[in-house]
Write a protein that binds this ligand. Structure first.
Ligand code: 5RP
Length: 226
């Protein structure tokens, strides 16, 4: 698929999800290139009079949303969100996803879990039979790096510290991220439970129960699942 077609699918999925926002809602805004189309679409609706407030799943999203004219408030004071719209790296037909390509999975999971409805938006390449071709990102406390890498290895995964152009990648919380390749994951809930129980894991990118609906852009239009 060429990049322009993929972008068109992302944009269409994002706009379909943004159409579900109603006046007065507190909206969770995701992170990444697909979520960026949603932020632009929310900004356009705000400019024509939609009155909403938003919480951001990353510092980058907060900046982009404010630049689009959206009122962004801190999640700190809110136990619930009306609607969350966010991208995924991979997702299966049971809405079990890998997220965190942008390293924002810790905040994304808080907002997604707090949301009354959480819509995943994606281009058609993201829908897979079985998740695991993409790495599962794990945000860790620095002192637990070798300890967690060893456990990942025992679980059959291969971990690599994420880097970017500035050197070691740091999450919005200031922590490193281990990208862990497991290959096709036979039992995502079992893997998620083991990772959740490991001391030093701040959070990981397996989203198995948080997603309520999936809007996929396709060449034929947006396919809305659930
Ligand atoms: C960021 C995420 C993103 O939603 C995910 O990586 C998808 O990104 P994109 O829409 O750019 O493909 O989880 O942490």
């Amino acid at each position: 698929m060429i990049a322009a077609d993929r972008d068109e699918e992302k944009r269409a999925a994002a706009e379909a999800a943004v159409a579900e926002i109603e006046a007065g809602m507190l909206v969770g805004l995701g992170t990444g290139t697909t979520a960026a189309f949603a932020i632009a679409a929310v900004g356009a609706r705000v400019k024509t009079g939609l009155n909403i407030r938003a919480v951001a799943t990353s510092l980058a999203t907060a900046r982009a949303a404010e630049a689009a004219g959206i009122t962004v408030i801190a999640m700190d004071d809110h136990a619930s969100v009306d609607l969350c719209i966010d991208g995924v790296d991979e997702i299966d037909s049971l809405f079990r996803a890998i997220k965190g390509g942008g390293g924002a999975m810790v905040r994304e999971k808080i907002v997604a879990t707090a949301a009354a409805r959480n819509i995943a938006i994606a281009d058609s390449s993201k829908l897979v039979d079985r998740i695991g071709a993409r790495p599962v990102p794990i945000e860790i406390l620095p002192l637990a790096r070798a300890f967690i890498a060893e456990h990942v290895s025992v679980l059959g995964g291969k971990s690599e510290l994420r880097r970017n152009e500035n050197g070691l990648f740091q999450s919005d919380q200031g922590n490193p991220v281990l990208d862990c390749r497991f290959g096709p994951i036979a039992d995502p809930p079992a893997l998620s439970a083991v990772l959740d129980a490991l001391p030093g894991v701040v959070g990981h990118g397996l989203f198995l129960t948080e997603i309520d609906a999936l809007f996929i852009g396709t060449p034929e239009g947006v396919r809305k699942m659930r």
